[in-house]
Design a protein around this ligand. Structure first.
Ligand code: FES
Length: 84
């Protein structure tokens, strides 16, 4: 079964059960957040310990992409330090 999410308005398909991070990585995205200095961040630990993978899901900021399972219709927005 597939899920379809949007990432900054762009449709991205994933497989049911994947985390948001897994869907993003499988789509070729290696980073989806920037630090105050503009440095890119994506998955670092992959287990919910480092906060590198933060993004906004359905309007809720600072969701850890490596812990949140993707759900059909999720609206994902990437974040910059200014947003957080
Ligand atoms: S990659 Fe470290 S918390 Fe998600």
């Amino acid at each position: 079964m597939t899920v379809e999410i949007t990432v900054d308005g762009e449709p991205v398909a994933g497989t049911d059960g994947q985390t948001v991070a897994a869907v993003l990585l499988a789509s070729g995205r290696l980073s989806w957040r920037t630090t105050r200095s503009g440095a890119p961040r994506g998955v670092f630990c992959g287990i919910g310990a480092c906060f590198d993978c933060l993004l906004t899901v359905n309007g809720v900021p600072d969701v850890r992409a490596c812990l949140r399972r993707a759900a059909d219709g999720d609206e994902i927005r990437t974040q910059s330090r200014a947003d957080a």
